[in-house]
Design a protein around this ligand. Sequence first.
Ligand code: S3P
Length: 450
Amino acid sequence: MSGHGTPVPMTSSACGPLKGVAEVPGDKSISHRSLILGALCVGETRITGLLEGDDVLDTARAMRAFGATVTDHGGGEWSVQGVGVGGFAEPAGVIDCGNSGTGVRLIMGAMATTGITATFTGDASLCSRPMGRVTDPLALFGTQTVGREGGRLPMTLVGAADPVPVRYVVPVPSAQVKSAVLLAGLNAPGETVVIEKEATRDHTERMLAGFGAEIEIEITDEGRVITLQGQPELQPQIIAVPRDPSSAAFPVCAALIVPGSDVLVPGIGLNTTRAGLFTTLREMGADLTYENERTEGGEPVADLRARYSPDMHGICVPPARAASMIDEYPVLAVVAAFATGVTDMQGVKELRVKESDRIDAMAQGLRAAGVQVAEGEDWWQVIGLGAGQVPGGATVESRLDHRIAMAFMVMGMATQQPMCVDDGSPITTSFPIFGPLMDRLGAQITQSQA
Ligand code: S3P
């Protein structure tokens, strides 16, 4: 769990060219799902390349609490001895999901149609985030919930002992909500149907099919219609977790703004539901190329090569692209400050309910660093100053949000004065090797105020 200990102030100062190979850790979304789906099989799932960040470690602990045997074999190799669909045991204690919205929402879905009771909590960030978006559809299966005002954690779910299947149109573009409903549908008899108007990351659908569930996807006038047959016997799998495009975003964006840089980020998934940032950066004129394009585990993968790009320009990032880069807007906003002209980001109100209100957190930090930002509920604009023209020299609150902390550390690599964050400890939730990895490329990040 992050953010429960002593704050770790961090400072990032202008550095020489970033050079070398940045091997980022495993994908966070796929890591959570590997553990949860592994726990829902009878037999042993083997996982390599699991992200060993706090968020995923909290999910591993939770799966043990529900009765699965989760073993760390070292070096990113894990195994899960599952209990089968409907086989979760009632946990003896409270399930603490730390900072992880994905962890808590997917686990709520996975237990919601089993006749057990579980109480969930998390850190101050997670306890401020809305859970009604998940507990509302779970109620349709027959799950009961008692939580704090506004549908906040801590919260107790009484699973439906006799669940009914549901048909649910997801009202917000959220892979977490979609996934929670699908995981709940696993233990309901008959067909559970989830409809999303905008495509969000599709790892749950792909992995459910991989684990042997009967799942069909149709594109209709209503949107993406996902039909899952309930009560399958899931088959244990051997999973190689690909590297995380959302973590790759940080060394890629750093290389684009630090003069003379040339960084290779190998083995990054370019699943279209995740790769929106890279498309956007290329439209802005970034020198970002895909090398050695290939298919791995059914997913398009490439080595990303990012070189210093002093001539980037602002663009309008369309709302239709938001879901495919929802976690990447903080670091895109940093790149936008070093481009010329306005970068206009539309259809992004989901950013306001992430680990922090990311529009507000970024706007405050960017303004303190001398960059103009305009914002509305569902949009924001960064007015670029151009390469080498960003003053910096601010201390920014990371608000228990790993991506806010990392975005400002990237920014400080190319600002005129250093950038500080009050607490870099949340970085361990998703990218525990961020500091050493960036250091090896040539960054100047220290763990104290400048
Ligand atoms: C995730 C979905 C996204 C994303 C989060 C991971 C997932 O959240 O922000 O970091 O693994 O399903 P939403 O589904 O709430 O947009």
